[in-house]
Ligand binder design. Structure first.
Ligand code: SF4
Length: 74
């Protein structure tokens, strides 16, 4: 099954722990907000990438990463 990575950027504080856990999926950049903010490098994941996204969600101190199942993509 494929999943869409969803992030609440308003609550992201740019810790970068997600990037350390899954550098192919997450980056932290200056987006003109109060804190540097996470940027998604890949929005849809499955298999190993899904496992990496789950690991990143688990280490995120602000719990802003969620994964939503995607049934069918166009
Ligand atoms: S670990 Fe969480 S709060 Fe920190 S940069 Fe990543 S998504 Fe944002």
């Amino acid at each position: 099954m494929r999943y869409r990575i969803c992030i609440d950027k308003d609550l992201c504080q740019g810790h970068g722990m997600c990037c350390a856990e899954a550098p192919r999926l997450f980056s932290v950049t200056d987006q003109g907000r109060l804190y540097d903010t996470v940027e998604l490098l890949s929005e849809i994941v499955e298999g190993e990438a899904y496992q990496q996204a789950i690991a990143a969600a688990e280490v995120c101190p602000n719990s802003v990463i969620t994964l939503v199942p995607v049934n069918e993509l166009p």
